[in-house]
Design a protein around this ligand. Structure first.
Ligand SMILES: Cc1ncc(COP(=O)(O)O)c(C=O)c1O
Length: 474
């Protein structure tokens, strides 16, 4: 189809590909006209016209007042239906000595937790998940516990494929590989696009897990500043691209950890264009994308083209212990499949089946609506407590999604000393130094609002405020 084809024809063709590749299978209801219009950024009339074409092609049928459904493929006689802020110089990433102490504190139940960016137990839909788990056990018996195929269970890949339409990603189940959390997805993406000694661009600040992978793979990092409102500073990336041969850029466009900011669509478009022009891969980490505080789920950079590998998981939205994630490798499919087959050829079978069913029929959308509201309320509450208890001279971020706060303290503040003293008082926080390798974030602190904020947490924030004031007086 040429670029000048009418919009409705282009849309009809995209939807037909999704049906033929198994994203939607016989009997599935297509998203409503309004939802498709929003997801594909097309007018209602364009969507209506595209659906009419699909009806004419015999792919879907409209049912009165119920929507549009995928028709079973017609089986012809004798034929079977087919199975379906400034660019820094590249630096070697060092392991921070405090990393393990902070991680150990996360496992300690006596500690008041502001360190771990994990959902509170009360946010995990465990009753529903265990009902689903029992039903799967009854239905499939030991079959549910076999090895998964290397790309992951197809039911899960189909469910993820449908879910990703909400972010503007058109990827059928055969273009998705499920992984053990987003961490494995990011590792595969980096292994497929870089080799030892290569330079990658990372956000500054960024999630420390990304820096750990960069270090372990023997890569060098160029740190690109993150704007607290619009995310990765694209002008700075462009300058870095002129100076260095950058193999990949790791970016969290939606509700970045730790800043909680959201990259506007026109920046995403620019990034995609830069990737195409300079020939580097954008590794998109989108674990918080569905946790918008206001407004719909934002789009993936993949919507705008370029060489994008999309990584995600259910760790922030359903439960981190399921270890279910995915990678949409785009043009790196064959290589990522090859690496996955060697590195960890199988995933947790039962977890995959549970997540597939929860996404499809377990009330996932309702669950998501609830947790978004709770996270907004918790971030607002924790922010107010910080403003009340921390000394003048501290700033606190205003996230647009997700559930972490980023605190800026005066320039000579040592967040590692602060974190050690906090642990000694039974409170865990993450020092900003873990979010950058160049020492630029030493005067920052990350607080997670994943946990419900009760009296114990409020008292802990007052203690942290006092500790901060003591450190600032020295
Ligand atoms: C930005 C970001 N990416 C990836 C991860 C890791 O996700 P998973 O637990 O699915 O491996 C985290 C967890 O904190 C994160 O914050």
């Amino acid at each position: 189809m040429s670029a000048s084809s009418p919009l409705y024809l282009t849309l009809a063709e995209r939807l037909a590909v999704l049906i033929k590749s198994g994203t939607f299978t016989a009997g599935d209801r297509l998203p409503s006209i309004r939802q498709t219009s929003r997801e594909h950024q097309k007018s209602i009339t364009t969507v209506l016209e595209a659906y009419r074409i699909l009806e004419d092609q015999g792919l879907i049928e409209g049912r009165q007042r119920s929507g549009y459904f995928v028709k079973p493929p017609e089986i012809l006689k004798g034929q079977f239906a087919a199975a379906q802020k400034r660019p820094a110089t590249p630096i070697v990433v060092e392991q921070s000595a405090i990393f393990e102490a902070v991680m150990d504190s996360v496992a300690d139940h006596q500690v008041v937790h502001f360190a771990s960016a994990a959902p509170d137990d009360s946010m995990v839909p465990h009753a529903k998940l265990s009902t689903i788990s029992h039903a799967i056990g009854r239905r499939l018996g030991p079959v549910a516990l076999r090895y998964t195929p290397p790309m992951g269970h197809r039911v899960l890949r189909a469910a993820v494929s449908r879910k990703l339409l909400g972010s503007g990603i058109d990827a059928g189940p055969d273009q998705i590989i499920t992984t053990q959390g987003a961490t494995e997805a990011l590792l595969l993406a980096l292994r497929a696009t870089t080799k030892r000694g290569d330079i990658v661009a990372v956000e500054c600040p960024t999630y420390f897990g990304i820096l750990n992978l960069v270090r372990d793979l023997g890569l060098k990092a160029v740190e690109i500043p993150v704007d607290p409102v619009t995310g990765l500073a694209i002008d700075d990336l462009e300058r870095a691209l002129k100076k260095h041969r950058i193999a990949a850029c790791l970016v969290q466009p939606n509700f970045q950890n730790p800043l909680g900011c959201l990259m506007p669509d026109d920046h995403k478009k620019r990034l995609a264009a830069l990737s195409a022009r300079h020939g580097f891969t954008l590794i998109e980490d989108d674990v918080y994308g569905e946790l918008s505080h206001h407004g719909p789920t934002p789009s993936s950079i993949a919507l705008f083209g370029g060489d994008v590998i999309h990584c995600g998981s259910v760790s922030k939205t359903i439960a981190p212990g399921l270890r279910v994630g995915w990678v949409v490798p785009g043009q790196h499919l064959a290589e990522i499949k090859r690496l996955k087959t060697i590195q960890a050829p199988w995933n947790a079978s039962m977890s995959e089946l549970i997540v597939a069913e929860f996404l499809e029929a377990g009330g996932y959308d309702r669950h998501l609506r609830r947790i978004r509201e709770v996270y907004l309320a918790q971030c607002t509450r924790l922010r107010e407590e910080v403003i009340r208890h921390f000394p003048a001279g501290c700033q606190v971020s205003q996230p647009r999604g997700g559930f972490v706060l980023w605190l800026e303290m005066p320039p000579d503040f040592d967040s590692e000393v602060f974190a050690v003293r906090a642990i000694a008082r039974g409170i865990s926080v993450i020092p900003g130094s873990l979010f950058s390798s160049s020492g630029r974030m030493k005067n920052y602190v990350r607080l997670s609002c994943g946990r419900v904020i009760g009296e114990r947490e409020t008292a802990a924030i007052a203690t942290l405020g006092q500790l901060a004031a003591e450190l600032m007086q020295r």
